[in-house]
Design a protein around this ligand. Structure first.
Ligand code: ADP
Length: 172
């Protein structure tokens, strides 16, 4: 078994779509580790707003200024993907007490599956701790041309147009 790299972290999530909170964790993670892989988990039971390929492309555009960040998608268990890329760390963001409870359970399960992989948590920035992809999709659905500029308080600028276009086609 090849040894895992403790300077390489994987930040996994749905990122449907990527938010300012996610981008903040990516930027901070990229400063902490030599390599950071942003991994889009594909859940076959869920119908996402953006396909895995679209999410990979969007996130690549957003992290293009960070040379040690790679972006990929995966199916299956996150720990299997982490092992596959040779990383020893999973990076997660924490917003609320509810997040802590869910993350605690998931971390213990992941530890049972892959004891050689450590999970590292970053507290969300107070500027972004209220932001979730679910909330953003709801706001986008009900915003008109005038209020759509509000979305840039929640998502990176690269996401605003694709998000508005997508919710519009879904509603029509
Ligand atoms: P998941 O489907 O795994 O919840 P998400 O894309 O929603 O995927 O989240 C991925 C990770 O990013 C999780 O660790 C989550 O807690 C964290 N996260 C989500 N939103 C924020 C935010 N606004 N600030 C910091 N971390 C966040």
């Amino acid at each position: 078994m090849r040894s895992l790299d403790a300077r390489h972290a994987v930040y996994a999530g749905s990122f449907d779509p990527i938010t300012l909170g996610h981008r903040d964790i990516i930027q901070r993670g990229a400063r902490m580790f030599d390599r950071l892989t942003v991994a889009i988990g594909v859940n076959p039971d869920k119908e996402p707003l953006f396909s895995p390929g679209e999410r990979v492309d969007l996130i690549r555009e957003i992290v293009s200024g960070l040379p040690n960040v790679a972006v990929a998608s995966f199916t299956g268990l996150t720990v299997d993907f982490v092992r596959q890329v040779g990383a020893a760390v999973m990076l997660r963001g924490l917003r609320t007490l509810t997040d802590i409870e869910a993350e605690f359970t998931m971390t213990l399960a992941n530890r049972a599956l892959a004891g050689e992989i450590e999970t590292v948590f970053l507290m969300a920035s107070e500027k972004y701790s209220h932001i979730s992809s679910t909330l953003i999709k709801q706001i986008a659905r009900f915003s008109d041309d005038q209020s759509r500029s509000m979305l840039s308080a929640f998502v990176p600028p690269e996401v605003v147009d694709p998000l508005c276009a997508r919710v519009r086609t879904r509603v029509d």
